[in-house]
Design a protein around this ligand. Structure first.
Ligand code: MEV
Length: 306
């Protein structure tokens, strides 16, 4: 038997823009997916015991199969090998929390351990990126990077990607509000691509703003200026609204979090549903925001970044 883990993640700045080489910032969260590999009688089987947002597993079933085949292929493992892979852990599957990336990383690590491959984190990250293609089509690579390295990262897609670890002086509480709408990241990404082609001037301006914001956000994190980080998150949410990846549930959660005192809030991940993130330093503020979200009938994850 062998085991591997992959962390959930939260994108703090510039999801979607990151696909086009604009820098983005993401943090791993402590909730993680575990994968266990055991010998079995038949070819590779996947048993998914993760807790889920309703409908998540059903909606991702075909993509998960495709993803697993890509991982096996990247690792040169014959799909007829008699093993079973069991997914579990405390990361509740949802859109916007890096559930697919966490599972790809956990599977790659567990397989590496089972077959004594001793793969480096860099190689695990590359394999998980191949697995992510089963879910996203053309992932930027930010999700699997946070899921593999388990820290706060600055990520710029390119040849090669630029990945830098960012340090926050001390971890800061956040709340993730789950709209419980399961979404398809590849359609959200395709929608942005289509509108970007249709309205090049408008989108060029928005992308320039997102790029400027990424450098300000990096400085704000490095100087632990939480007020500024929060303001920049709000600004980022407006840019994401402008490229049409928000929705009324996400806007409601963002407004609610701000009303309750969050320093900033925005959608996180692919959008059109999925999760919102609010910056809520201190247990008291975190609890107030989380409870307000739960009172509206949504679920809230109390976690931290950095
Ligand atoms: C999804 O978590 C983040 C997106 O930017 C897509 C990607 O980076 O691959 C929407």
């Amino acid at each position: 038997m062998a085991q591997g883990i992959g962390f959930g993640k939260v994108i703090l700045f510039n999801e979607h823009f990151v696909v086009y080489g604009i820098p983005a910032i993401a943090s791993a969260i402590s909730a993680k997916t575990t994968a266990v590999v055991e010998s079995s009688e038949e070819g590779v089987a996947l048993i998914d015991d993760r807790q889920e947002t309703p409908r998540y597993k059903k909606e991702k079933f075909e993509q998960q199969k495709d993803s697993l085949n890509r991982i096996l292929n990247a690792m040169n493992i014959d799909p007829n090998t008699p093993i079973k892979i069991i997914l579990a852990g405390d990361l509740v599957t949802a859109s916007g929390i890096g559930a697919s990336a966490a599972s790809c990383v956990a599977i790659a690590r567990a397989l590496s351990s089972y077959f004594n491959l001793n793969l480096s984190d860099e190689r695990i990250n590359e394999i998980a990126y191949e697995g992510e293609k089963g879910y996203h089509g053309t992932p930027s690579g930010i999700d699997n990077t946070a899921a593999t390295f388990g820290c706060l990262v600055w990520f710029k897609r390119g040849e090669p990607n630029v990945i830098e670890r960012l340090i926050l002086k001390k971890p800061v509480e956040i709340v993730m509000g789950n709209t419980e709408l399961v979404t398809d990241t590849s359609s959200a990404v395709a929608g942005v691509r289509e509108r970007k082609q249709r309205y090049p001037d408008k989108y060029d301006k928005l992308f320039k703003k997102a790029e400027n914001l990424s450098y300000k956000a990096k400085n704000a994190i490095e100087s632990a200026d939480l007020e500024l980080i929060g303001n920049l998150m709000n600004e980022n949410h407006r840019l994401l609204q402008n490229i049409e990846v928000s929705c009324k549930e996400l806007d409601l959660l963002v407004d609610l979090a701000i009303k309750e005192g969050a320093l900033g809030a925005k959608l996180t991940g692919g959008g059109l549903g999925g999760n919102m993130v609010a910056l809520t330093p201190g247990k008291e503020l975190q609890e107030r925001v989380a409870q307000a979200i739960e009172k509206e009938g949504f679920s809230a994850l109390r976690t931290s970044i950095g």
